[in-house]
Write a protein that binds this ligand. Structure first.
Ligand SMILES: NC(=O)c1ccc[n+]([C@@H]2O[C@H](COP(=O)([O-])OP(=O)(O)OC[C@H]3O[C@@H](n4cnc5c(N)ncnc54)[C@H](OP(=O)(O)O)[C@@H]3O)[C@@H](O)[C@H]2O)c1
Length: 343
């Protein structure tokens, strides 16, 4: 039975969680690891995961790792924007290796003009080298795009879609809590948003783009509201940060897909320390109407590990080129033995 050879590219918080999970599966072997962080380069991946060495030393030499290990797939988890990850993908694809990435803008690059230009180039390089490239994750990648699209599968008419994700950021990894500015004063938060130091959630535009394009909706535009601080009238805390009353606990971000002057898609993302209720909801105004609520919300870090791992066989089996979640067969959990799933 086939053993899937994986290279882990980017062994930050998410990359390590994915690697940890892959080590618990059968029929999967991690054969290489890549990162540029000097604190990780030269270290054994097993040790970075807090376990015994596994004989895989983290390297910053992509060409050397890929030509010496010849993996079936790369699990890539470094950065959010295509301007940063594009050269990384080019460097990988020329080795003809299938790749699955958490890069948010890669989930549906066609949503922006800049993204379309990257997508065209990536699709071309992927096809020329016989490789498949997929951007996915929990969000974007599943909760605010793939899931609502799946739910429209029972509708004979869809007029409007609203998705809300509300989570208590205290349960999430530290980079995420930093990313939402938890513990800052409101002024600091606003300054960091303006300076681009805090970006908030990346991916609303891509999720709206994927929904609209798949339903054949030609949008006038995608409107992203300013990122808003969330200020509570009580003290809250996580293991990482104290948030006194009146300080910023996290953020709220809304975006809309506008068609014929109407908001036909609304995505509402709320992540803050101390959120009272955690849920993911999808409301479809259509025939039949749909209201689906997942409560508590899907844990984002586990969810990302799940989506990335479960899509590995899909990406290996796919035709070469740049793919998005709506191009590939339905995602579902994979058996413990990944090779068995591939047949
Ligand atoms: N789609 C989704 O649902 C989803 C879910 C979770 C995460 N993400 C995204 O996935 C990315 C990783 O998340 P994370 O929390 O694991 O971040 P992280 O802890 O900062 O890890 C990223 C790692 O990649 C390294 N890196 C950066 N540039 C690199 C390059 N050119 N080559 C090799 N390694 C490089 C970083 O090194 P340095 O620290 O030295 O820069 C760091 O070790 C983020 O962009 C995050 O937003 C997406």
């Amino acid at each position: 039975m086939k053993t899937i050879r994986v290279v882990s590219y980017g062994v930050g918080v998410i990359g390590r969680r994915i690697a940890e999970h892959l080590l618990s599966k059968e029929g999967v072997e991690i054969v290489g690891a890549i990162d540029i962080d000097p604190n990780k380069v030269g270290k054994d991946l097993g040790e970075l995961l807090g376990r015994q060495p596994i004989g895989v030393v983290v390297s910053d030499d992509v060409d050397d790792v890929l030509s010496s290990t010849k993996p079936d797939i790369i699990v890539h988890s470094t950065m959010s924007y295509l301007k940063d990850t594009y050269p990384q993908f080019e460097g990988i694809l020329k080795h003809g290796v299938d790749t699955i990435s958490t890069c948010e803008e890669l989930s549906f690059p066609y949503a922006t003009e800049e993204g379309k230009a990257y997508a065209e180039k990536l699709d071309k390089v992927a096809k020329e080298n016989g490789a498949t490239l997929l951007g996915t994750g929990i969000n974007p990648g599943f909760l605010m795009d793939t899931l609502p699209l799946l739910l429209t599968g029972v509708c004979v008419e869809v007029r409007r879609i609203e998705v809300v994700r509300q989570m208590d950021a205290a349960t999430r990894r530290i980079p995420f809590q930093k990313k939402i500015g938890a513990g800052l004063t409101v002024e600091e938060f606003k300054r960091k948003i303006e300076g681009g130091e805090i970006t908030g959630h990346v991916g609303l535009v891509q999720s709206i783009g994927m929904i609209a394009d798949t339903l054949g909706w030609v949008l006038d535009r995608i409107e992203v509201e300013p990122v808003e601080p969330v200020v509570l009238d009580r003290d809250v805390r996580s293991d990482y940060v104290e948030v006194p009353k009146g300080y910023n606990a996290g953020l709220r971000q809304k975006a809309h897909g506008i068609m014929d002057g109407e908001k036909v898609i609304t995505l509402d993302f709320r992540a803050y320390i101390g959120a009272e209720e955690e849920y993911d909801s999808v409301t479809i105004d259509g025939v039949p109407p749909i209201h689906q609520k997942i409560s508590p919300c899907v844990h984002g870090d586990y969810g990302t590990v799940g989506v990335i791992t479960n899509m590995i066989p899909r990406v290996i089996e796919a035709e070469p080129g740049l793919k998005t979640m709506r191009d590939l067969p339905l995602i579902h959990a994979t058996p413990v033995h990944m090779g068995r799933y591939l047949g």
